[in-house]
Design a protein around this ligand. Structure first.
Ligand code: NAP
Ligand code: GDD
Length: 344
């Protein structure tokens, strides 16, 4: 039986990855951090599985990583833990760097030390991000595109990427970074733009008096489905040689397009836009105001356009995204419509 450790198991990706590995017959150790209120809602349905073991830890505390390594004796280690919300990284830049950047180094060091002292080998996955490309120097972005991060979060991810590559090259470790473009799902946190849109529009469609307040409607992202993307993480670690891979759909859409599509699926009709810039407003088919701009959601520095080229992953892993943009929006709107009805 293969054993894997997942840090960040309570997050969107961690929960889907745990499901995937358990289905494949793995024993999974999930690292969770102590919280004063429950942070396990995405994995509660897995806790009855005897092959799913939860251990407390934190990637900023190397000793906690070492304890889990000694108990689990894993063959794969997925480091998904991060302060992952980009705006928060300007509010808490040092904290973000410690978790999202130095946390990677602590995992690598713990794995290196463990390997040297036990003679066992571990395959290490680092959750890299298209935010590493930031103010993208070419379109589309592939594994050779230079990085130009635009936030403390992006800088921390670039640090994690280079550390992972250096541990691979210095210590002959099996360590790689998956450079994943945005991926979403009904388990996405409510502050990320896609989920904020589908959840708020579902509330509006259910008669709740609320307005969707957004920032930059023109930002473009390459959005995929999280379930497809965690499969790519696993596939990367099944290769003979460790290599970094871009995982993306190869399509880009604006925030505006996402809102328009989501409004249609929520039954609000085709949005009519009026006004310009921060005065722009969106109305539903009954001329009810449903979208407005709030300056507080603009970022100090924006990533305007992300578009990934997943050719290497397609060729070498045999991976391709299964879920289209339209299907993704539909899945998320449907899930939020059901959730809101249940809450009523
Ligand atoms: P997420 O939902 O925000 O999950 C982040 C996870 O990290 C949560 O389980 C969180 O625990 C945990 N965590 C935070 N700080 C920690 C610490 N100090 N020690 C241990 N665990 C800690 O993020 P996600 O969307 O699943 O993304 C997973 C990873 O992929 C992240 O590294 C993210 O930066 C990266 N990534 C995501 C995307 C995307 O589009 N989703 C794209 C590229 C890269 P709590 O539940 O306790 O907060
Ligand atoms: N969150 C948010 N809220 N974003 C908004 C809003 C809003 O009200 N209005 C417009 N946006 C724009 C942001 O300015 C950004 O350009 C885009 O929507 C996407 O924002 P997020 O959904 O917050 O995601 P992100 O692209 O910044 O970061 C996510 O993807 C990265 C991969 O590229 C996160 O999951 C990161 O952890 C991940 O690395």
């Amino acid at each position: 039986m293969k054993t894997a450790i997942i840090t960040g198991v309570t997050g969107q990706d961690g929960s889907y990855l745990a499901e995937l590995l358990l289905k494949k017959g793995y024993k999974v150790y999930g690292m969770i951090r102590r919280a004063s209120t429950s942070n396990t809602s995405r994995i509660d349905h897995l806790t009855d599985n005897p092959n799913f073991i939860i251990r407390k830890g934190d990637v900023t505390d190397r000793s906690s990583i070492e304890h889990i390594l000694l108990e689990a004796e894993p063959c794969e280690f997925y480091n998904l833990a991060a302060q992952s919300f980009v705006p928060e990284s300007w509010t808490n830049p040092v904290y973000t760097s410690e978790v999202t950047g130095i946390g990677v180094l602590k995992c690598l060091e713990a794995v290196r030390y463990y390997q040297e002292h036990t003679g066992r080998k571990i395959k290490f996955y680092q959750a890299g991000s298209s935010e590493q490309f930031g103010k993208a120097l070419e379109v589309p972005q592939n594994e050779n595109t230079p990085f130009y991060p635009r936030s403390p979060y992006g800088v921390a991810k670039v640090f994690g990427y280079h550390m992972t590559r250096n541990y691979r090259e210095s210590y002959n470790m099996y360590a790689l970074t998956g450079i994943l473009f945005n991926h979403e799902s009904p388990r996405r946190g409510l502050e990320f733009v896609t989920r904020k849109i589908t959840h708020t529009l579902a509330r509006i469609a259910n008669g709740e008096e609320t307005i969707l307040e957004l920032g930059n409607l023109e930002a473009r992202r390459d959005w995929g489905y999280a379930k497809d993307y965690v499969k790519a993480m696993w596939m990367m670690l099944q290769q003979e040689e460790p290599k970094d891979y871009v995982i993306a759909t190869g399509e880009t859409h604006s925030v505006r397009e996402f809102v328009e599509k989501a409004a249609e699926y929520a039954g609000l009709g085709k949005i009519k836009w009026k006004g310009k810039g921060t005065n722009e407003k969106g109305y539903d088919e009954n001329n009810k105001l449903i979208v407005k701009i709030n300056k507080k959601y603009y970022r100090p520095a924006e990533v305007d356009l992300l578009l990934g080229d997943p050719s290497r992953a397609k060729k070498e892993l045999g991976w391709k995204p299964k879920t289209s943009f339209d299907e993704l929006v539909k899945i998320m709107v449907k899930a939020d419509m059901e959730l809101i009805k249940l809450k009523k």
